[in-house]
Design a protein around this ligand. Structure first.
Ligand SMILES: [Zn+2]
Length: 447
């Protein structure tokens, strides 16, 4: 049965609506729609249904909404049910309310997000830092990043995917360090829609979509000029630099491991990768990256041959890799196996951070871990020059410094840094101290 509301006073129109919906007791329509034609100027059944909808509303008494207990509104004969049944979906009226509530909730979420983004943008754009105060590890990553995306660090914005030349892999981890220390800021207004979202009442972002830029320098010196002095500053936080080297050298090992695994169709899980990174990080305190490459090559080759055996498959074989690395290194330690030294693979550049380590500290993939540890050991400086010393008393430290510089062809760098510090008001003795600290390779005077 149909319940009707007719919004017309014209008898012909009232009659056509009633005839359209009229049913027998068995639930069949009395007349076919075709038999109702023509009506006025209407000659097609579709047009007639549309006209009826425009002057009336109909509800099917066989369809009862679970939500509101009312009948379902129907637009045409095809929507009618022959027998009474409970509806699985809310009725059209309830659905309109639900849709409206959803729209309102979404609009509220959208407005909340926009408010948070506006605050975040405002905060980011007001951020400034003194480049001179950046911690050593952050300064080193920043110097390397400038080379990796040259000239964009000073001229425009960049995303993680633009920074691949920075390190052999896990670029995101290094960008995250810069972001956390506010050396770089994000620009919400430049990111694609969906990059930022609110979760647990906090603003979150999808790191791969974030648009970054260099945080402006807070002193009167222009960004680029202030940045250029970073290279000349003393790098003396050995602990931070050592940690950064281990992070970097681990990516150099991981990249080789992942490439070797891919070549053999082996894929390690994220948890395994985390475990392997820890093993590498520890091993790199003793061995060079080049040594680790030869170990990785052998271990992955063994795992690959294991994968072809009965009861083994690629997943199981890949899962043995962390254990194999540990056992292999144990054998090396007790002298059962000797590590070979692999050359840097053609397809694996050291990254600009590797270049920076080579230039400033003279270390690379061939440097033994033990050497790295001694370079960045927390030892006292060779000289503690008292600022009250006379020129005569400064003679020996100065001679020693110049000897070191000449021996390594670093006279220009030493003089520039020394001059820069004195110009900035540092006294002579402290400047000599700082130059020693800036060039860790000078720590053991060659005499
Ligand atoms: Zn309803």
């Amino acid at each position: 049965m149909i319940e009707l509301d007719i919004y017309s006073n014209t008898p012909d129109e009232i009659s056509i609506v009633e005839r359209y919906w009229a049913m027998n007791s068995d639930g069949k329509f009395k007349e076919s729609v075709k038999d109702l034609l023509p009506f006025y100027h209407i000659t097609s059944t579709t047009q007639l249904s549309a006209f009826i909808r425009s002057i009336s509303q109909a509800w099917d008494m066989n369809q009862i909404c679970k939500q509101c207990g009312r009948y379902q509104e129907v637009a045409s004969r095809s929507e009618i049910k022959a027998s009474r049944q409970e509806m699985h979906q809310p009725c059209a009226a309830c659905q309109r309310v639900i849709d409206e509530e959803l729209r309102e909730a979404e609009a509220k979420i959208g407005a909340d997000l926009q408010r948070r983004l506006a605050t975040a943008s405002e905060l980011a754009s007001s951020r400034k830092i003194a480049y001179i105060d950046l911690p050593d590890d952050i300064a080193l990553i920043l110097i390397a990043l400038e080379r990796a995306i040259n000239p964009r660090l000073f001229t425009s914005t960049f995303m993680r995917s633009d920074c691949r030349a920075l390190v052999p892999c896990y670029v995101g981890d290094f960008i995250k360090k810069l972001y956390k220390s506010v050396a770089i800021i994000d620009n919400p207004s430049e990111a694609v829609a969906g990059t930022y979202f609110v979760k647990d009442n906090q603003l979150w972002h999808k790191s791969d979509q974030v648009v970054y830029s260099l945080t402006p320098n807070s002193t009167l010196v222009a960004n680029e000029d202030a940045f250029n002095t970073l290279v000349l500053r003393p790098f003396d936080n050995n602990k931070a630099i050592l940690n950064l080297w281990l992070d970097y050298a681990t990516t150099d090992c991981m990249r080789y491991l992942l490439d070797q695994c891919e070549m053999h169709g082996l894929y390690t899980t994220a948890e395994d990768d985390e475990e392997i990174q820890s093993i590498f990080r520890t091993a790199l305190r003793t061995y060079s990256v080049a040594h680790m490459w030869s170990a990785i090559w052998k271990i992955v080759k063994d795992a690959a041959s294991l994968s072809t055996r009965t009861y083994y498959n690629r997943e199981k074989a890949a899962a043995t890799i962390p254990g194999k690395i540990s056992r292999f290194l144990e054998k090396v330690q007790v002298g059962q196996v000797t590590l070979k030294r692999w050359n840097r693979p053609e397809s694996q550049p050291s990254g600009t951070l590797g270049q920076v380590f080579k230039e400033i500290f003279g270390i690379d993939e061939e440097t033994e871990g033990t050497t790295v540890m001694s370079i960045f050991a927390d030892t006292e400086l060779p000289y503690s020059v008292d600022s009250k010393l006379s020129i005569g008393e400064l003679a020996e430290p100065t001679r020693q410094l110049m000897t070191c510089a000449l021996a390594r062809g670093m006279e220009a760098q030493v003089m520039l840094l020394f001059a820069d510090m004195v110009r900035n008001g540092t006294d002579t003795a402290s400047a000599i101290n700082s130059v020693f600290k800036a060039f860790p390779v000078f720590k053991k005077p060659e005499s």
